[in-house]
Structure formats: C-alpha cells, structure tokens
Write a protein that binds this ligand. Structure first.
Ligand code: GAR
Length: 208
C-alpha cells in the first residue's frame, strides 16, 4: 500500500478528487497518510479532517528562515513514512533537499500542457491569464514528476481542454479542473501505486 503525503495550499479540489477516487476504487493500493498545508486557512485541511486524515499546517512564517521550514517539511514527511508526495495545488517551490530525498517520488499537477505556460510565475490563475492573453485555443493539465527545476520533470499524463470564446481566467480554471485535473491526477497516482510508471533518461513511460 503506497502511503501518500498530499501537500496543499488552498481549496483542495484536487485533494478531494484523490480522496473520492480512493473511496470509489479508481485508485487502488494507495492511501492518504497525511495532508500538509503551508497556509493555515486552506480549506483543503478541513477536507482532510472530514475524511479522518491527519491534517497539519507547516508555514514558513513559523520559522526563522527558509531552510528551517524545508527541514520541518521534510521531517514531517519522513515521520509519516510517506512513499509518494503529491503536490495538489501546493504553491511553494520544492527545494532540492526534498527532491533529492524523494527522487521520482514527488508528483505535481500543473494546470497547462507543459512545456506551455509553466515555470516561474506560472501558478494558479496566472496560468489561465497567460493562456487567454496569448489567445491559445487549447490548454489542459499535466501531471509530472518533480525534479530540481520548475515544472521540468518527467511528464506522466496530460489532457487537453478547449479554450472557449468569452472565457475568463476563472471560467477556464474551472473547466481545466473539471475536464482534466480531477481526472489525470488520480489516474497518475493509481498507475504509480500499481507499478505501471517507469522513468528512464528523464522520460516517464506507462506500462499497460
Ligand atoms: C490547481 O488548478 C492546480 O493545478 C494549481 O493550483 C490549483 C489548486 O486548486 N497548481 C499550480 O498552479 C501549480 N503550479 P485546488 O486547491 O482546488 O486543488
């Protein structure tokens, strides 16, 4: 049984998709061991508690410097014996010390088709603002392993979503979540939990 540590910052709809997929059997061989937020007000923490899952806040504000924050985050993941770290709307950069502790064992959901609209500054609504500003006609979401770059790790799953006339960043964000994120994040976790994802030379492949 793969133990997941889910890191969140906000509403937690992707966390909810994971919890629902575990309950309905869409994800097998995995359980959520702990949910950690950097933001004490994150609704995601309440979602975890409603499911009887340990939910904690580890905020950079509780520490004198970034290094101590990173150490606290890492030791909490280790204490909980987490096998796979899932960044489900975690809007904090993961430092090399954590990436190195979990090589190809951290996955992130990003709300665009990487390598478009990703990298430093592209998170949350900013991604969808960028898509609309560029006039892109198709966007989507990507689940990828996390390496020491920003949104540069091996791509596991992607799903395209159409941009429609009249979209606002908020409307587009919701469509990308509904049509892509809540589908591919649970699917990627299920594939990993069942040993179906391998990585070689920076490329992830799915064994069917
Ligand atoms: C999601 O759209 C996720 O893809 C995005 O933040 C949102 C969190 O929503 N993540 C990033 O932009 C990471 N670069 P949620 O809290 O409702 O799951």
């Amino acid at each position: 049984m793969l133990k997941l540590g889910v890191l969140v910052s906000g509403g937690g709809t992707n966390l909810q998709a994971i919890l629902d997929a575990i309950e309905t059997g869409k994800i097998t061989n995995a359980e959520v061991g702990i949910v950690i937020s950097n933001n004490p007000g994150a609704y995601a923490l309440q979602r975890a508690e409603k499911h009887g899952i340990e939910a904690v806040c580890i905020s950079p504000k509780q520490f004198e410097n970034r290094e101590d924050f990173h150490k606290a985050l890492l030791s909490r993941l280790k204490e909980s014996n987490v096998d796979l770290v899932v960044l489900a709307g975690f809007l904090v950069a993961i430092p090399p010390v954590i990436v190195e502790a979990y090589p190809n064992k951290i996955v992130n959901i990003h709300p665009s088709l990487i390598p478009a609209f990703c990298g430093v500054g592209f998170y949350g609504l900013h991604v969808h603002e960028g898509v609309l500003k560029r006039g892109a006609k198709v966007t989507g979401a990507t689940v990828h392993f996390v390496d020491t770059g920003t949104d540069t790790g091996p791509i596991i799953l992607q799903k395209a979503v159409e941009v429609q006339p009249g979209d606002t960043p908020e409307i587009l964000q919701r469509r990308v979540m509904e049509q892509a994120e809540w589908d591919i994040l649970p699917r990627a976790i299920d594939l990993i939990a069942n040993g179906k994802v391998c990585v070689a030379d920076g490329i992830a492949t799915i064994k069917e």
